[in-house]
Design a protein around this ligand. Structure first.
Ligand code: ARG
Length: 507
């Protein structure tokens, strides 16, 4: 056997956990088609820790001899350390569960054969995926918080910049730039809350359900849950082995997170156009064109916008895979992992890239100020002002419209009209009221007047900044309070070397 075929599905040394009832050999092409190792290899840590907890429980309950349980746990810890260190390559087996058991047998011999007592790969894979996902949810929440902090810092750094606010992508009313940036912070806050919520339903232990029906062995599922830091054990073995709701919920939360990032990215792409010109992106996050020497493209933002599509696809994959499946485990479900992993990787990479894009953004005050002219964005202000003086809003709206027309003809801004010009339009206006009207129609006046709760007035935005800081602090304490699994404490460090050397990414 040459190096290219060693450890591949057609290698006779290919490990599998069955065979007693088989006479024929598995077709190598079917072996290659059905293997999940290239994908589920990244569950190795979850799989090994799950096995350590299971073996510990089997030993303590006397289901297997205590010395065997100890050798199993010891062997598994060594295997974990060697995989972490990159010296034990993950290859030569049908899936990660088989690989770990085969590696254990090679190391400790016969006692390894007792590890799979009272367990099936069906409750094992569900446990692995839940355990792994819990850790990944915490990481994504942390990265989302980090991006919120970047938005918060940008908002704090620009407390008084006013930009045009848009509806229908037409200039509508002026708003504080900080208010606009905080809008995204609140979207991300809801994403954090949705991810935390998905965590709660992921935090349930399937192990002990065995293949589908439970097990005759006197297992202590609560003990395993405690060793792995699961909040509770599942109620129904059929449901526990066939349920992937938790994966759907996570990917749905990730898809919405990506939609939010994609809207922010899309807006940055728009703002970076010469037509808008609101922002200048730093050279470190832009790319050039191979043909047009003048180009500076907002590539990173465009790709964040585009990558949202992948996660929407991942969600569709999961829902489509699950629909119509009879209970309990079906091999279709092996397809869940690729979608979940892709959603994790895409969300992580996009959150990170978005942070870099925002770090490298510079707001172009002159262009933004120029865009506050010409749009008559104070018109609503005039109508509101007249309505507050007693004119029915409909009439006030009509009158403000005529004032806009007049200003346009005069080539003036609403805030540049004199009190006399205003007074031509309504007998309700005395000199002081007409002067106040001009002020109210200016960008600063319009922004200052929006004092309703959640409005863009500077004092409301200052309150909002306080609420945002408090929300971030709450999320950070949630992250800090997520318990580590007791089995993990004695396990080798999860980050022994440089990231590239770690075997859990990619096939
Ligand atoms: N590789 C499988 C998966 O990812 C593990 C469970 C397999 N169970 C089975 N009975 N074939 O879903």
């Amino acid at each position: 056997m040459d190096d290219a075929t060693r450890g591949r599905p057609h290698d006779p040394a290919w490990a599998r956990l069955w065979g007693g009832r088989f006479r024929g050999e598995l077709d190598p092409q079917i072996a290659a088609f059905t293997t999940s190792l290239p994908v589920d290899r990244r569950l190795y840590r979850a799989d090994i820790l799950g096995s350590i907890a299971h073996a510990t429980m089997l030993g303590r309950r006397g289901i297997i001899p205590a010395p065997d349980a100890e050798r199993i746990v010891q062997g598994l810890r060594e295997i974990l350390g060697e995989i972490d260190a990159g010296v034990l390559p993950i290859q030569g087996a049908e899936d990660i569960h088989t690989f770990v058991e085969a590696a254990l047998r090679a190391r400790i011999g016969e006692p390894a054969g007792r590890l799979h007592t009272a367990r099936s790969r069906n409750d094992q894979v569900a446990t692995d995926l839940r355990f792994y996902l819990k850790g990944e949810i915490v990481k994504i929440v942390s990265r989302t918080i980090a991006l919120q902090q970047v938005l918060l810092a940008l908002a704090e750094a620009h407390p008084s910049v006013i930009i045009p606010g848009y509806t229908h992508l037409q200039r509508a009313q002026p708003v504080l730039l900080a208010h606009h940036l905080l809008a995204y912070l609140w979207m991300l806050q809801r994403d954090v809350e949705r991810l935390r919520d998905a965590f709660v339903r992921t935090d349930v232990l399937p192990l002990g359900s065995a293949a589908l029906a439970g097990t005759p062995h006197p297992v202590d599922r609560q003990m395993v849950a405690e060793l792995l830091a699961f909040a509770r054990v599942s109620e129904n073995s059929l449901d526990a082995t066939a349920d992937r709701d938790f994966a759907v919920e996570f990917v749905a939360a990730a898809a919405l997170l990506m939609v939010h990032l994609s809207r922010l990215a899309g807006e940055i792409v728009l703002w970076a156009t010469s037509e808008f010109g609101f922002v200048e992106l730093s050279d470190t996050i832009s790319t050039g064109s191979s043909i047009m020497p003048q180009k500076k493209n907002p590539d990173a933002a465009e790709l964040v916008r585009g990558k949202a599509a992948r996660v929407l696809g991942d969600l569709t994959t999961l829902l489509a895979m699950l629909r119509g499946l009879p209970l309990a485990y079906n091999s279709d479900m092996q397809e869940d992992k690729e979608a979940v992993f892709d959603a994790i990787d895409t969300a992580n990479a996009s959150l990170h890239a978005m942070g870099l894009v925002l770090h490298g953004i510079r707001f172009n005050r002159e262009v933004i100020d120029a865009r506050l002219r010409g749009g008559f964005m104070g018109a609503t202000e005039i109508a509101d002002h007249l309505a507050r003086r007693g004119l029915p809003f409909r009439q006030a709206h009509e009158l403000a419209g005529r004032i806009v027309l007049y200003a346009q003809e005069q080539g003036k801004e609403l805030w540049e009209l004199s009190p006399e010009e205003y007074r031509q339009f309504s007998p309700l206006l005395d000199a002081a009221a007409a002067a106040a009207l001009a002020d109210a129609a200016s960008p600063t006046g319009a922004v200052a007047s929006k004092r309703s709760a959640g409005g863009t007035a500077p004092e409301r935005v200052a309150e909002q900044l306080g609420a945002a800081r408090a929300a971030i602090a709450r999320s950070l304490s949630w992250v800090a309070a997520v318990p580590a699994a007791p089995v993990e404490r004695e396990a080798p460090s999860p980050h022994p070397g440089p990231a590239q050397a770690r075997p859990d990414h990619g096939a």
